[in-house]
Structure formats: C-alpha cells, structure tokens
Design a protein around this ligand. Structure first.
Ligand code: UDP
Ligand code: MN
Length: 329
C-alpha cells in the first residue's frame, strides 16, 4: 500500500514536471517568435554591409544640421521597405489641376502608378475646377483617388498662392488621424524612376534643380523687406522647389498654415513675393529646417542637361508652353 502510494507520487511529480516543462518551453518559444518578429528586419534580410567609410563623395549626403540628403547610392530599397512595411502607413498625395492643367493629370497619375510609393497605401486628392476631366486611371491595390471641386482663377499666381490654404484646410478637415504622411506635388510633372519610402520624414523639402550649384546671394529669394517672405543677402541654405512638399501630416499642416498666414499678411500689404508660395516656403525652411532633403533626382526638368552627379531622374517637370497652359502671361 505504502509502495503504491510512493510510485503514485513519483508518477504524479513526473507528470507535473513534464507539464511545467511544456508550459515553459511553449512560453519561451512563443517569446522567441515574438522577439524574432520585432527584430525581424535584420534577421530575415540579407543585404550588403553598410560602410562607414565609403559613400558618395561627389555630393553632400547630410546637411550641416544633420538632415539626410537623399541621393541614389545613399539608401537600400529592400532594407528601407522592410522597415516601413511593418508600419502600415498611408500617404496622402495632393495635386492641383485647374484650367488647362487638367491635361497633365493623365501622365502624372499613370507614371505615379508605376513609380510612386509602390506597395503602399496612397490616397490621391485632386483639386480641380473640372471633375469631369479627371482621367480614369487604373489604380493599384490599396490606392484610391478623391476629386475635390474648387473654383479656378484667371491669374496663375492666385492658383499657386492658394495651394497652401487648401492644403491646410484639407489636413484639418479630412486627414488628421487618417493618414501618416502627405506629399503635395506639382501636376505638370512625370515620374521616371523609383520614388519610395526613402523620401519620408518629419518635414521634407526638395532642392530646386535650377539652383543646386548657385551661390546663396543669387537665389531668387524674396529680397524686399516689406514681404513676409523676405530673406536678406548672406542668409539661406538651399533654394527649395515649391513643386514638392512632404512630411508627417501635422508638420505639413504647420508649414501650410504658417505660409498661408504670411501670404495673407503680404496680401493685406499689397505685396506678392517674387515666386509666390515658393518664396514663403523658402523663408519657412530657413527658420524651420527640413528633417530630410530630396536631391534634384526628385525634381528635375525635362529640358535640363543631366550632370554626372545625377545618377537617376525620378520625377521631372515636363515641358510646357506657358502661353498655352496658363490663364495669363
Ligand atoms: N496650377 C494649375 N493651373 C494653372 C496654374 C497652376 O493647376 O493654371 C497648379 C498646378 O498644380 C501646377 C502648380 O499650380 O503644377 C504650379 O504652377 P506651375 O507649374 O505653372 O509653376 P512652375 O512649376 O512653372 O513654377
Ligand atoms: Mn510646375
């Protein structure tokens, strides 16, 4: 009887031990699986070892305030994709197509569907006075388009000036808490090469292709001190293009709101900055430095001679007949 009790106890403790073992093993393997998925990028991918010594020598890849400048050869697409894919992001993309500029929409959208943020959720917002003229372009999976009707103007300057206000209001009414990033892009453009998540950052500016080797005193900044866009000689980092503005929605909202308010002050004082909203954008970026800068690969001009530092053209302003497409000279 006593022997039987002992062997019972022995079996019971064996079963107990086994149970504890199973639970422990199950827990640890689950933990490893979890940890593996958290650190997943480096584990699953094989990519070339980054070098701390060798990089692009012909261009700067970081600004004096330590913002990266994105050039071909400074990022690894597969690696950067693996990081952003885990974040399940949405990128809103606004374009204005008023008056004759609706003709640019087809090429813009079709080329964006080939090269722009491929594999990510993109929501286009098209501001136009002619919703019926928005072409039907087949969009990829997780990509959508909303047309927003707004009145046009008989002055092109007015059209570009109002983009900041429209951007500000769109973010306030529809985008906050809905999307992560936003890009506002010119429509008289075309994508020719990869434009992906390497372009994302808190607040993103693009170097204007016309002025990337120009001394700062020759930048076409607004030089009249009466304008809110005024930048004195001897100041300024780069000349940024107004055709590309991007970043986290809340940061772009702050930019658009600030520029809109400055534009309002100028209007009340009957002064229009040299390059309208682009002048105000340059003023904003002088005092609120962009956290990421896109090289001229991300804003070229079809007419422009390609220099050896430009290894790829990703996005470019198409040739347009100003007299034919703009409502006024
Ligand atoms: N735009 C428009 N209709 C016009 C003029 C301008 O829709 O009649 C919009 C359009 O999105 C365009 C942007 O404003 O891409 C900037 O104007 P534009 O391209 O003429 O300026 P540029 O790039 O030549 O400085
Ligand atoms: Mn343009």
């Amino acid at each position: 009887m006593r022997l039987l009790q002992n062997s019972h106890l022995f079996v019971l403790s064996l079963v107990g031990l086994l149970l504890v073992g199973c639970i422990y093993f199950g827990y640890t393997s689950a933990w490893f699986r979890y940890a593996g998925s958290r650190s997943g990028v480096a584990d699953r991918l094989s990519y070339k070892q980054p070098s701390i010594l060798n990089g692009r020598k012909d261009v700067i890849t970081v600004t004096p305030w330590l913002a990266p400048v994105v050039w071909e050869g400074t990022f690894h697409t597969t690696l950067i994709d693996a990081i952003y894919k885990m974040q399940n992001i949405t990128v809103a993309t606004t374009v204005f197509a008023l008056g004759k500029y609706v003709q640019f929409l087809k090429d813009f959208l079709e080329s964006a569907e080939k090269h722009y943020m491929q594999g990510y959720r993109v929501h286009y917002y098209i501001f136009t006075d002619q919703p019926e003229a928005v072409p039907t372009v087949t969009l990829g999976a997780s990509r959508s388009l909303t047309t927003l009707k707004i009145p046009s103007s008989n002055r092109w300057q007015e059209i570009t000036l109002h983009r900041m206000e429209r951007l500000e209001k769109l973010i306030e009414t529809q985008l906050t808490n809905e999307v992560d990033y936003i890009f506002s892009l010119d429509v008289d453009t075309k994508f020719y090469g990869h434009w992906g998540v390497e372009t994302l950052g808190d607040i993103v500016a693009v170097i204007h292709p016309g002025y990337y080797s120009t001394p700062r005193d020759d930048f076409p900044y607004e030089r009249r001190s009466e304008s809110q866009a005024y930048i004195p000689y001897g100041k300024g980092d780069f000349y940024y293009g107004g055709a590309v503005i991007g970043g986290r929605v809340e940061k772009v909202h702050k930019l658009a709101k600030t520029c809109r308010m400055q534009l309002d002050v100028d209007k009340a004082n009957s002064i229009e900055a040299a390059w309208q909203e682009e002048s105000h954008l340059n003023k904003y970026f002088l005092y609120n430095k962009p956290t990421k800068i896109l090289s001229p690969e991300y804003l070229w001009q079809d007419t422009k001679y390609i220099t050896p530092d430009i290894k790829i053209i990703r996005f470019s302003q198409v040739i347009k007949n100003y007299a034919k497409v703009r409502p006024n000279p």
